[in-house]
Design a protein around this ligand. Structure first.
Ligand SMILES: Cc1cc2nc3c(=O)[nH]c(=O)nc-3n(C[C@H](O)[C@H](O)[C@H](O)COP(=O)(O)OP(=O)(O)OC[C@H]3O[C@@H](n4cnc5c(N)ncnc54)[C@H](O)[C@@H]3O)c2cc1C
Length: 389
């Protein structure tokens, strides 16, 4: 059976759901296809750090109610090195701008609720298997054998979706960068041990602590690329977190049951252009950043807003200009974010992890931190990109 819509959206992550909500409000017909079930999507814990500009954007659309009410404001970030704290307070440089900590899955839940409440067509447990006819009116093929004929397809299906693969290799230039280490991500039922993000620079490797909710904490440990969970029993995880976050002053690390772990490959990727014919790539489908600096989810939401505005122009006034410029507009922002994250990766992580260069590069890291703490100009530049304004 063939169904029809103006915009076929593959993926109900942050990018797909924001795009869907904005299109629906403007009267542009769209269908969202999501291969997971609603429960899974609503509980998939990933990022939580929301940039100032994204908070403002969501507020403009009246979509930030729960975020502002239940999220935690973050006005500082702390670095640790050699048993000392190096706090960076956003004020006075930030002039009232801050991060919010609001788990990504909560925002996805809010957007799903908003879309369904407005009568939106969101099909869970519906996997797209292929996208065809990109030069004309594209067709999304579904796992159950049915098809969705669209005027435009938005590939919001993340790093491993089908949309990117539908573009001929000769028409898409993807460049990537692999860091020589990984992060072990640890989610624990433990109250936060600090009221802002901690980035600990340690010669054994980085340790990052991010609060999630009043009872849940996230930790990341820099580790070897080939490390598996078997290399990191719970006792080793807590011992290593304790060593890397240690201070020469009283401080309590709150521990608790570890509820999830994963190995995060440290990889950056950008695919150019973010459009081929009637197919647009959005969010992780087009670009990946490692989690340092918390940019991935924010970039995905910003892509979705830009594409929504372009498609609304196209379908409501016939003006294709903004949608045609989507790829160039977003790639400029994405490369700037890539530059910042690359810089911050070398600040937070021990570059050359596990190799003979690590001791030298750890000293370079320490010098970079000293410069950040000593130079107001350098700090202002850091905050502009980190907090996002
Ligand atoms: C451990 C971890 C921590 C992170 N921390 C942060 C952070 O603090 N801050 C930050 O900004 N970012 C963070 N990120 C990155 C952030 O989570 C991603 O950048 C963000 O999820 C991208 O959103 P998206 O909508 O583009 O893709 P996704 O969230 O990946 O959504 C894609 C959706 O498409 C669906 N899908 C895939 N294939 C198909 C198919 N064939 N058919 C139908 N549906 C399909 C998937 O099920 C999924 O629902 C983190 C990521 C990880 C893994």
């Amino acid at each position: 059976m063939i169904h029809r819509t103006q915009v076929g959206i593959i993926g109900a992550g942050p990018a797909g759901m924001l795009l869907a909500v904005l299109l629906r409000r403007a009267g542009v017909d769209c269908v969202v296809l999501e291969w997971r079930d609603r429960e899974y999507v609503a509980n998939r814990a990933r990022g939580a750090t929301v940039e100032h500009r994204v908070v403002e954007m969501l507020r403009r659309y009246g979509l930030a109610g729960n975020l502002l009410g239940r999220g935690a404001v973050e006005n500082a970030v702390e670095f640790r090195l050699g048993g000392r704290r190096y706090p960076v307070h956003y004020e006075p440089l930030a002039a009232g701008r801050s991060h919010y900590i609001y788990p990504q899955q909560f925002l996805v839940r809010d957007l799903v609720d908003a879309f369904l409440a407005a009568g939106g067509d969101l099909r869970f447990e519906t996997a797209a298997t292929a996208v065809d006819d990109l030069a004309g009116q594209p067709l999304i093929r579904l796992a159950d054998g049915s098809e969705l004929r669209c005027e435009v397809v938005a590939g919001c299906d993340g790093e491993y979706g089908v949309a990117r693969g539908a573009i001929p290799a000769s028409a898409l230039h993807c460049t990537d960068y692999q860091y020589g280490y990984a992060w072990l991500s640890v989610l624990a039922d433990a109250p936060p041990s600090n009221d802002c993000v901690i980035n600990a620079l340690h010669e054994s490797g980085a340790c990052v602590h991010v609060r999630r909710t009043p009872t849940v904490s996230r930790f990341y440990l820099q580790c070897g690329q080939a490390d598996t969970r078997a290399d990191w029993p719970d006792e080793r995880i807590w011992k290593e977190i304790g060593i890397r976050l240690a201070l020469d002053e009283p401080w309590t690390l709150h521990t608790g049951p570890i509820t999830a772990t994963g190995t995060v490959r440290m990889r950056s990727l950008v695919c150019d252009p973010m459009r081929y014919g009637s197919l647009f790539l959005v969010g992780d489908a087009a670009h990946i950043v490692p989690p340092v600096g918390g940019k991935g989810f924010n970039l995905a939401l910003a892509d979705a807003e830009e594409l929504a505005l372009g498609l609304i122009d196209r379908f409501t006034t016939g003006d294709h200009g903004r949608a045609d410029a989507y790829s160039d507009t977003r790639l400029a922002r994405i490369w700037r974010a890539q530059e910042f994250v690359h810089w911050m990766m070398d600040l937070v992580n021990t570059p050359g992890y596990g190799t003979a260069t690590a001791p030298f590069l750890h000293r370079v890291q320490a010098a970079r931190l000293a410069r950040l703490m000593d130079s107001p100009e350098y700090l202002a530049a850091f905050l502009t990109d980190y907090v996002g304004w």
